[in-house]
Design a protein around this ligand. Structure first.
Ligand code: DHB
Length: 390
């Protein structure tokens, strides 16, 4: 432990020493994008990379006289690796902005680097409420689990669901989803019969689903991270849960647009709450989805891509506002308070919390033109992260 602390202290000192040199890169502006490009969360990296490249293709790679350089690093979703890569990006590459962060532990591990080096850190994926509190240099363009889970805690009891078992992945976002769904659902008179947690690495859902079947609740509320939804859905259907009268309700991470169309008709009717659907019926979203699919054959943009695309927007606009002259603090200031129409709807980067304020949608899996989509049927406007009030 002591050795580890020494090494950490030494690397933070290295960052401090590198500071005067940092951000002095003449005519280039470097964005260090740290993502899981391989391993269990690889779809997150693939989606965000595609979206970031699309944003650059559409908006040019020169902003305020600076040539934008995107440096992509694969952290394989291991937080120690994320941290090391972020440190190298700051010290060696002298990036102006850190971005990406596929899972909460990766974002948390990197937060001290952002603080020490005064580098804005744009979290495009990870969604545990507390992340933005881990460093004053963090700005988030994804979402938070409390934001979307509270909406389900309101919807379910009004729609005949009185008893629920919760099933979440056992780490930050899952714990947030469980807590915020449960609190709101119980406040509305619902009963949570059991709360089950599955491990993040190599989860086997079968034994948990067997427990749910035995408990016979009206519904099973699920959160699993992007990429794991298809496995839960498959086992839910195989075990005949729906036929046993148990509905599935979930956050939109489960009916992920990246995988939804391959889940089969068993997914039809599943109601979820989330901030982005590829089927969002705005003109801007239609254009966005069309451009994304033209640039990336056989890929449908999911909520991760949305966080990446808007994250690039936030960085570009901050660079413009600071006329290419800003260091970390000026860029950060220019990120705070940005308000714009995103393909997902109207969004705001709250200047106080640096977290995203956005619309949350109720959606149901339906077939449209022979394909499965999350079709929106209701909206809660301008939702702030409920986790921040506590
Ligand atoms: C996180 C990761 C996900 O893939 C997701 O869908 C939601 C949250 C996270 O680790 O924060």
């Amino acid at each position: 432990m002591q050795r580890r602390h020494l090494i950490q202290a030494a690397s933070l000192a290295a960052i401090a020493l590198a500071m005067p040199l940092a951000h002095a890169q003449g005519n280039t502006f470097k964005i260090g994008l740290v993502l899981p490009m391989t391993g269990q969360q690889a779809t997150t990296g693939r989606q965000i990379e595609a979206a970031a490249r699309l944003y650059m293709a559409q908006n040019g790679d020169t902003v305020a006289g600076k040539k934008i350089e995107l440096i992509i690093k694969d952290d394989t979703s291991l937080p120690d690796v994320t941290k090391r890569l972020a440190q190298e990006l700051v010290v060696n590459d002298k990036v102006n902005v850190l971005a990406g962060f596929g899972i909460t532990p990766s974002a948390m591990a990197t937060a001290p680097i952002a603080t020490q080096s005064k580098t804005p850190m744009v979290v495009m994926a990870a969604a545990t409420s507390s992340i933005t509190e881990a460093s004053p240099y963090i700005v988030r363009t994804s979402f938070t689990l409390p934001q979307v889970s509270v909406a389900m805690g309101d919807w379910a009891p009004k729609n005949g669901i009185k008893s629920v078992v919760t099933l979440v992945t056992d780490y930050g976002p899952g714990n947030d989803a469980e807590k915020y769904f449960k609190e709101r659902f119980q406040l509305n008179g619902g009963k949570v019969v059991d709360s089950l947690r599955v491990p993040l690495r190599n989860p086997d859902f079968a034994p948990f689903l067997q427990k749910v079947r035995d408990a016979k609740p009206d519904a099973l509320f699920v959160f699993v991270p992007s990429g794991a939804g298809a496995a839960v859905m498959k086992q839910f259907i195989e075990r005949g849960m729906d036929k046993a009268g148990i509905k599935m309700i979930a956050t939109g991470d489960v009916t992920d647009d990246d995988q939804l169309n391959d889940m089969g008709d068993g997914a039809l009717g599943v109601v979820t709450t989330h901030h982005y659907s590829a089927a969002h019926p705005s003109a801007l979203n239609k254009k966005y989805v069309e451009a994304f699919q033209k640039a990336n054959k056989n890929m449908r943009p999911n909520f991760m891509a949305m966080g990446g695309y808007d994250g690039m927007r936030v960085i570009y606009e901050a660079l413009k506002a600071t006329k290419g002259q800003g260091g970390g603090d000026a860029l950060l200031a220019a990120m705070k308070g940005q308000i714009f129409e995103s393909p997902r709807g109207q969004v705001l980067i709250d200047a106080q919390t640096r977290d995203i304020v956005q619309d949350v949608y109720l959606r149901k899996v339906e077939k449209k033109d022979g394909q499965l989509y999350n079709v929106e049927f209701d909206v809660i406007k301008a939702v702030k992260d409920p986790g921040k009030a506590k």
